[in-house]
Every structure is written in structure tokens, then in C-alpha cells.
Design a protein around this ligand. Structure first.
Ligand code: FAD
Length: 332
């Protein structure tokens, strides 16, 4: 019965995270006749869950939603229940080296559980910062679900030609993102800082330099506090400000970056992080040690959590690399 799989005491591979990368790692493990457990908090915590249409997924020329693609991946994995245990909703809280493998602690059905595996694949992604109004993040979800507010330049930049775009954010990241989005030919770009001081994360010289580039590019910024959104029926992104005014854009674009880079488990395991905070690996996705830069035995990282380009085809490719490496190692 789905939701109540039988947990074995130990596996060839434990996979933390069952988004696009973790599910592919589980499938590949099954196909290579390895045993695996996929511990997943739930599909709604995958980054793609709220994406209504993704256009770069091979085999889906008309596009596919993140939600539908996750369902397909889960369905594919469930065919191999004899080799792969899919445990969801379950949240991993700790992982440590133990003997010649790993021990992972997680909570499942409100019970603390432990499982052992020879190899551990970290696939628990990263979490976007969601624009909040009045301290709440839900007001923007209808616009995100309708594809009127975007979060990923590589995923949705191609939707911008001829559109007026509000970039939400106040940091250098938002400024640089606005400059990069010009590549896609929007009609206009404007940065909305939502009451935050613009470029407060930069020193005076860097701030002046970036402001200069934005001015030259004709990209203004404004600091009004957002109090709500409107225009969903008209398929526009209308922003309401605290002073009672409102502005209508064709699209919104988050320039807020990450809310949580999920560094807790990688740090606990001694992983090296790159300057942006992603886990560093070699080409086979073996995690590099913060101590000496050498691969940590049996430890892999795939998908968005790993230093890379945060796309689903890359999540799949890295999952394949990691599991094939486990397979090759296990042949001796
Ligand atoms: C709005 C939006 C649109 C996007 N559109 C596209 C697109 O068009 N094309 C494209 O290629 N990419 C797109 N992306 C990027 C894509 O979603 C990510 O690259 C992809 O989801 C990465 O896969 P992942 O498995 O690494 O992480 P995720 O898919 O985010 O999955 C991580 C999983 O880990 C689980 N998890 C987290 N913490 C724990 C824990 N402690 N214990 C157990 N489980 C845990 C979560 O429940 C989740 O299922 C989009 C992203 C966003 C936000």
C-alpha cells in the first residue's frame, strides 16, 4: 500500500530527497540491480512543484508541469518496489558515517527512524525565497501557479520578449538579474525593492558602479512597500503599494535568491561548499571534503544542491552519474 512500504535494515544506497534528482537516482539504482531507499519530505517541497509549464523537458514538446513530471517519476519508481523503498512524507534530520557506510536518521509517520546504507546520495535541493507581503508568502502563489511570476532565468527567461517585467528584490543579485534579463528582449524592466534599501549588501563603490550600469540600461528601481497583488483574471501582475497606488506589469520575476540552501546535512558530513554555498563534487558527483578536497568515500550529491545550473535535465544527469559510479565501484 503506498505510504507504508517495508523498510529494510540496510541498503546499497540511501537517497535523501525525492525530487527530480532523487527519484531518478532511485530509478537508476533499481535498473542497475542495486537496492535503495528514497527518503522524501514530499513532492510539494520540490522546486518545480509550482511550475505550471516547463519547456525544456525532452519528450514533452507542449511542455509539462513540474507536478505532473514528479508524478510520472514517482510512478516509474514504484514499479521497482522490490529493490527501492520510497518513503514519503519523511524528513531526514541527521546523517553520519558509520562503519563502512552511512546511518541516516529521519522522521516518518511521526516516528523517529534510522536506516543504514553503504552509499549516501544527497538530493534534497534548495529552497527559493518567496516574496512576502505582510509577512505572508501565500499571496503570490496564484500568480506563480499561473506562470505570471517567475523564479528561474534559465527556465522562464524565454517568456519575456515584449513584456513589461517587475523584478522583485533589493540586493546586487536582483540588480544583476535585471541586467541579464535584457537578453530576452522585455519591453521594460523595473526593480521593486519592497521597502528595502537598494543594494544595501554592497559597499559604496560597488553600489555606485551597479547603479550606474542599471541607469545606463534604463532600468529604474523603486522602494514602495508592497501590500498585495491583483490582475490574475486579466493575466497581469498588478502590484498594490502601501501608499494606495498600484502598477501593472505583464510579468513578475523574483530576484530574491535562496531561502534555504540545505547546508545542514552536507556540513555535518564534512562537505566542501563553493563560494555560493552549493556542495562541491567531482564529475561523478562524489562530494569533496572541506578538509583536503578529496572525495568523501561513498558520499554523493546531485541536483540543485550541488554546484551546477539548477535544471531538471542536469538533476537527472547528475543522478545517473552518481548511481553509475556506485555500480562501477561495487563491481570492484
Ligand atoms: C518556479 C520554478 C520553475 C522551474 N522551471 C523549470 C523548468 O522549466 N525547467 C527546468 O529544467 N527546471 C526548472 N526549475 C528548476 C527545477 O525545479 C530544479 O532544477 C529541480 O527541481 C531540481 O531537482 P532536485 O531533485 O535537485 O530538487 P527538488 O526537485 O527541489 O527536490 C528536492 C526534494 O528534497 C526533499 N527534501 C528536502 N529536504 C529534505 C529532507 N530533510 N529530508 C527528506 N527530503 C527532503 C523535498 O521534499 C523535495 O522533494 C524550476 C524551478 C522553479 C522554482
Amino acid at each position: 500500500m503506498p505510504g507504508f512500504p517495508r523498510l529494510q535494515e540496510s541498503y546499497d544506497i540511501a537517497i535523501v530527497g525525492g525530487g527530480h534528482a532523487g527519484l531518478q537516482a532511485g530509478l537508476k539504482a533499481a535498473l542497475l540491480h542495486l537496492t535503495a531507499v528514497v527518503i522524501d519530505r514530499g513532492p510539494k517541497y520540490s522546486r518545480s512543484y509550482y511550475s505550471p509549464r516547463m519547456d525544456n523537458i525532452p519528450g514533452f514538446g507542449e511542455g509539462i508541469s513540474g507536478h505532473a513530471l514528479l508524478d510520472k517519476q514517482v510512478e516509474a519508481l514504484r514499479k521497482y518496489e522490490e529493490r527501492v523503498t520510497y518513503v514519503s512524507p519523511a524528513r531526514a534530520s541527521a546523517a553520519r558515517r558509520s562503519g563502512d557506510g552511512y546511518e541516516i536518521e529521519f522522521e516518518w509517520l511521526k516516528q523517529p527512524r534510522k536506516v543504514r546504507a553503504k552509499h549516501l546520495i544527497l538530493a534534497h535541493g534548495v529552497v527559493d525565497r518567496i516574496p512576502a507581503v505582510g509577512g505572508k508568502i501565500d499571496p503570490i502563489f496564484p500568480w506563480a501557479n499561473q506562470g505570471l511570476v517567475y523564479f528561474c532565468e534559465f527556465c522562464d527567461g524565454h517568456e519575456l520578449p515584449g513584456k513589461s517585467v517587475a523584478v522583485l528584490g533589493s540586493t546586487a543579485y536582483a540588480g544583476e538579474l535585471a541586467l541579464e534579463l535584457r537578453h530576452f528582449g522585455p519591453r521594460s524592466l523595473e526593480i521593486l525593492t519592497h521597502g528595502e534599501p537598494f543594494l544595501g549588501d554592497l559597499g559604496p563603490a560597488e553600489k555606485a558602479e551597479l547603479e550606474g550600469r542599471l541607469r545606463s540600461a534604463g532600468i529604474p528601481w523603486s522602494s514602495g512597500v508592497l501590500v498585495g497583488f491583483d490582475g490574475i483574471r486579466e493575466k497581469t501582475f498588478t502590484v498594490k503599494f502601501a501608499d494606495g497606488t498600484a502598477r501593472t506589469f505583464d510579468r513578475g520575476f523574483s530576484g530574491l535568491g535562496w531561502y534555504d540552501m540545505h547546508q545542514h546535512l552536507p556540513r555535518e558530513l564534512g562537505a566542501a561548499l563553493d563560494p555560493d554555498g552549493y556542495v562541491q563534487t567531482d564529475e561523478d558527483c562524489r562530494v569533496l571534503s572541506e578538509k583536503d578536497g578529496a572525495p568523501i568515500p561513498g558520499l554523493y550529491c546531485v541536483g540543485d544542491l550541488r554546484s551546477g545550473w539548477n535544471q531538471i535535465p542536469e538533476a537527472w544527469a547528475t543522478a545517473e552519474r552518481a548511481v553509475i559510479d556506485v555500480f562501477v565501484q561495487s563491481l570492484g
